[in-house]
Design a protein around this ligand. Structure first.
Ligand code: FES
Length: 105
């Protein structure tokens, strides 16, 4: 087992997610995780581009390797509440695409 139960990456500084709400989603998720008492068990990091530009803001949850796309602030809260706390993937925001790069912008 690694250092954290979940390690979450939120694209905040790439070409599109940076202005499509990525930084705000990161803030919301950090706050929600803190309020849910996940400090020390979950890490929520900002990340650079994930080469899925145009489908974001992108969020990835490891170790499950679950990808989320077009995540808004409500989505960020739901991912914390339902996935990180509850253990259920939030299908409304789940991102499924062919492996590799999938930029549309
Ligand atoms: S800018 Fe977020 S995936 Fe490229």
């Amino acid at each position: 087992m690694g250092q954290y139960k979940h390690h979450v990456f939120v694209c905040t500084s790439g070409k599109t997610c940076s202005w499509q709400g990525g930084p705000e989603v990161h803030e919301v998720m950090k706050r929600a995780a803190h309020q849910a008492g996940l400090r020390g068990t979950v890490r929520i990091n900002q990340s650079g581009c994930m080469n899925q530009c145009g489908h974001g803001p992108m969020v990835v949850v490891y170790p499950q390797d679950v990808w989320y796309g077009k995540v808004d602030e409500e989505g960020g809260e739901r991912i914390v509440r339902e996935h990180l706390v509850g253990g259920h993937i939030v299908e409304r925001y789940r991102y499924v695409a062919p492996p590799g790069d999938n930029k549309i912008e």
